[in-house]
Each structure stands twice: as structure tokens, then as C-alpha cells.
Design a protein around this ligand. Structure first.
Ligand SMILES: CCCCCCCCCCCCCCCC(=O)Oc1ccc([N+](=O)[O-])cc1
Length: 262
């Protein structure tokens, strides 16, 4: 076997060229953060001048932008948003050169605030019934609404990576819990979270989007869990109740997002 004397030099030259053409870390393109209060960071404080949208400096989209230095960052998520709000007021920020889109949406369409209010003020059976209504809505009406949002994102940015982040279970169910609702109510609310996760992950997959299941990230950090709690219980302002706190945004949502984006 005869190896030409010039081969090592050629190999080195090729390696050098490849090295020059490849930056130490890949450049990060434009990032647009869409969604509701779980993405705006309501519950995590430091809302700056974002008004009623309550975009927190501690929210996972801001944490991701701080650490990844995208070429542009649009924080469009807004507290209380339903799917139609994303279509009307948020998705316009997504453009053909957007590289990454993140979103959490659908919980308000399914009646999140009404469910939590009913379960706090009414009987076990009323809470269970209200959750069944929400679950029925999530299975029948919500898929079409999610499809409209996901289609709009894909149409506007066909080559963007789209990461759909789900909602955690709010409660730990086993064991006693002074700050929490009855076991029956907690189980019913968690079942709604499970239905939302199933429906949302299914629609995300249909569009080739990445679904991040935050139920697993938040495990043992729910309300009534013995570990550090990552969600507010009933708190003041009331609208911040049942939302991720600073640690929930960081160790729950941001960590789960980084697990799929690097
Ligand atoms: C649909 C049944 C919900 C039962 C609990 C299910 C598990 C957790 C699901 C969480 C879904 C939260 C999505 C909504 C987040 C959000 O924007 O909340 C709001 C925040 C603020 C307002 N508000 O009016 O100020 C209204 C709503």
C-alpha cells in the first residue's frame, strides 16, 4: 500500500478550512416567544413596562434569550391569551427568517381560570363536573383551535424550529396538604392537565413541532409536594395563583426548553 507523501498535508489543509468555516458556537437566529401567562412569566415577578401582559424578566423566554443571544428576540407572550389572541396579536411577529418559536397556549380556551375558581369555591362534585366540561372542550374544540395557531406559525416561518411547551400538573395528589384542595378536587384538576397535555402533544406532533412535557419537569415540585414548590398556591395578586414562580420558570420551563434546544 502506497500513501502519497502529500496526503497528510491535504488532510490538514481540509481540516483547517473546515475549522475556519465552522464558528466555535453556531450563530443563533431570530427567536419569537408566543403564548399565555405560563410563557409571559406571570407569577415570577419583574414585569417591567409590559403592562397587563405581565412579561417577566424571570420568564423562560427571557432566560433563553439572555443565555443564547439570538440575533433578534421578540417576547410576544401575554397573560390571559387564548388561541385567538395569538392569531390576532402575536403571530405577526413570526417572519420567514424566524429560527425558533416557543409557545404555550390552550389552557385559557379550556377555561383555566373558571375551573380553578369553581374548584376553590364549590363542592367536590361541582369541581369534578367543571373539569369534565373542560376536558370535553379540550378533546373536541381545542384541537381545531390549536391547529389554526400552529398552521399560522408554520405558514409564516416554514423553516423555524417550533417548540410547544405544555402545562405542569398543579397538584401533588397523595398525602395531606393544608394549603390545597381536597384529594378529589386535586385529582380532577390534574386529570385536566393530563388531557391538555395529550391533546396538545398530539396536535404539535401533527405539525412536526417539538412538544416539551413540563409535567415531568415539575414532578415533586407541585403544590402540596414535599419538595421545593415551583408553583404559587392561592396568592396575591389572585391572578398569579397557580402559576410558576421564579424557580418554576427557571428550573421547570427554562430547563425543559434547554433540554431540547441545547
Ligand atoms: C382547563 C382546566 C384547567 C385545570 C388545570 C390544568 C393544569 C394547568 C393548566 C394551566 C393552564 C394555564 C393557561 C393559562 C395561563 C394564563 O394566561 O392565565 C391567566 C393569567 C391571567 C389572567 N388574567 O385575567 O389576568 C387570566 C388567565
Amino acid at each position: 500500500m502506497r500513501v502519497p507523501k502529500t496526503l497528510p498535508i491535504v488532510v490538514l489543509a481540509v481540516l483547517a478550512l473546515v475549522g475556519l468555516a465552522t464558528p466555535a458556537s453556531a450563530a443563533v437566529g431570530k427567536y419569537v416567544a408566543l403564548g399565555d401567562s405560563y410563557s409571559s412569566g406571570l407569577g415570577a415577578g419583574s414585569y417591567g413596562s409590559s403592562g397587563s401582559c405581565k412579561r417577566s424578566a424571570n420568564a423562560y423566554p427571557q432566560l433563553w434569550a439572555n443565555s443564547h443571544a439570538p440575533s433578534a428576540f421578540t417576547f410576544a407572550a401575554c397573560s390571559g391569551a387564548v388561541t385567538q389572541d395569538v392569531l390576532n396579536g402575536q403571530v405577526g411577529s413570526v417572519t420567514s427568517d424566524t429560527a425558533l418559536v416557543t409557545i404555550s397556549i390552550g389552557g385559557n380556551d379550556a377555561g383555566f381560570a373558571n375551573v380553578m375558581t369553581e374548584c376553590n369555591l364549590s363542592s367536590d362534585s361541582a369541581c369534578v363536573s367543571r373539569n369534565q366540561t373542560a376536558q370535553n372542550f379540550a378533546r373536541t374544540t381545542l384541537p381545531g383551535r390549536l391547529d389554526s395557531v400552529y398552521r399560522a406559525i408554520r405558514d409564516r416561518a416554514p423553516s423555524a424550529r417550533v417548540v410547544v411547551l405544555g402545562y405542569p400538573r398543579i397538584y401533588k395528589t397523595s398525602g395531606s396538604c393544608v394549603v390545597g384542595l381536597s384529594e378529589t378536587k386535586r385529582a380532577a384538576i390534574n386529570q385536566s392537565a393530563d388531557v391538555l397535555a395529550t391533546v396538545t402533544s398530539g396536535r404539535a406532533a401533527a405539525f412536526g413541532f417539538t412538544f416539551v412535557d413540563t409535567r415531568t419537569t415539575f414532578t415533586n415540585h407541585e403544590i402540596c409536594a414535599s419538595g421545593t414548590r415551583w408553583l404559587n398556591s392561592v396568592t396575591w395578586p389572585v391572578e398569579e395563583s397557580y402559576h410558576p414562580n421564579t424557580t418554576g420558570q427557571n428550573s421547570g420551563y427554562y430547563a425543559a426548553l434547554r433540554a431540547v434546544t441545547g
